[in-house]
Design a protein around this ligand. Structure first.
Ligand SMILES: [Zn+2]
Length: 89
């Protein structure tokens, strides 16, 4: 199966001490951007993904809100782990 996503960059955007949530902005090779919300207790766990509306969705091509990326949280989480992107933030 062809890879749909290729996360190239991860930036820490916000960190809430109260909730323990980390907000990252991920950028992909096709310029898709999404906000990835993680917890860490103690292992990193992706709990939500929201596409930023900067470019159309790579899956459905809509330029407004859709849920496509949320259906691929497992793959996105695996990529971040495989590429050790959080460790570089
Ligand atoms: Zn979509």
């Amino acid at each position: 199966m062809a890879q749909k996503f290729n996360i190239t960059k991860l930036v820490l955007a916000d960190r809430s001490k109260e909730s323990g949530l980390y907000h990252f902005v991920a950028t992909m090779s096709d310029n898709t951007q999404c906000r990835m919300i993680y917890t860490r207790n103690p292992d990193w766990k992706l709990i939500d993904v929201n596409r930023l509306l900067t470019v159309p969705c790579p899956i459905c091509r809509k330029d407004y809100y859709c849920n496509c990326l949320a259906r691929h949280t497992d793959e996105l989480e695996r990529q971040v782990a495989d590429k050790q992107l959080i460790q570089e933030v």
